[in-house]
Design a protein. Structure first.
Length: 83
């Protein structure tokens, strides 16, 4: 067993170096994923703002259409009375 430990000691630095390289590569890939997620999040936030704006415009149009419907009913009633 002692012999085995001695053999492994020879490779300790190589193994540590290899693990550091693998870890660094892994960290870089995680960083890329994180940056990509942030970009997606920003785009979704901008879409949310745009949808809110569109929703507000549609609400405004609903109010205007309701008013126009009321005016059309008044006009129809006036025309029917004159006929």
């Amino acid at each position: 067993m002692e012999n085995f430990k001695e053999i492994l000691k020879e490779y300790n630095e190589d193994v540590k170096r290899h693990i550091d390289v693998v870890k660094e590569d892994f960290d870089d890939k995680i960083q890329l994923l994180t940056e990509g997620q942030e970009g997606i999040r920003e785009k979704l936030d901008s879409h949310d703002v745009r949808f809110t704006s569109i929703e507000n415009k549609l609400d405004s149009h609903d109010v205007k259409l309701a008013s126009m419907e009321g005016n059309i009913e008044i006009i129809k009633n006036d025309i029917e009375k004159e006929s």
